[in-house]
Design a protein. Structure first.
Length: 129
């Protein structure tokens, strides 16, 4: 099989996916407040303010290369354990920033790189708090 795109190391691919997701969200009215925010219980890939200017959105970015066999969608990688971790991260971010009076949600942005381009899918409120 002939490759039409250069394979990037997983860490580089993940960072590129986070940059693409941030740009995609900004174009839709989100304001990126932080990237790769580390708190005691884990990390938030992106912390954004939603277009309503009130809701804080913790974003988990999942990036994959497209596969010939279809593979699985990147968002499938957010299982029960990751959901619990993201909930703890969201609670910690809200407490540390004293945003307890604001609505919060956890979204997943799936970025799929393929020879034909990049596909971005946004799943709002993917993890219930």
């Amino acid at each position: 099989m002939r490759r039409f795109f250069r394979r990037a190391p997983p860490r580089t691919l993940g960072r590129a996916g986070e940059r693409r997701a941030a740009r995609w969200l900004r174009r839709r009215g989100y304001r990126v407040l932080a990237r790769n925010l580390h708190v005691g219980v884990g990390e938030a890939d992106l912390v954004c303010r939603a277009p309503d200017k009130k809701t804080i959105v913790i974003v988990e970015v999942k990036t994959r290369r497209a596969r010939d066999d279809g593979g699985f969608a990147p968002e499938v990688a957010v299982g029960a354990a990751k959901s619990r971790k993201l909930t703890l991260v969201a609670q910690s971010v809200m407490k540390q920033n004293r945003w307890t009076d604001r609505p919060v949600r956890i979204d997943v942005v799936a970025v799929t790189w393929s020879p034909g381009g990049v596909r971005v899918r946004h799943l709002p409120d993917a993890v219930r708090l």
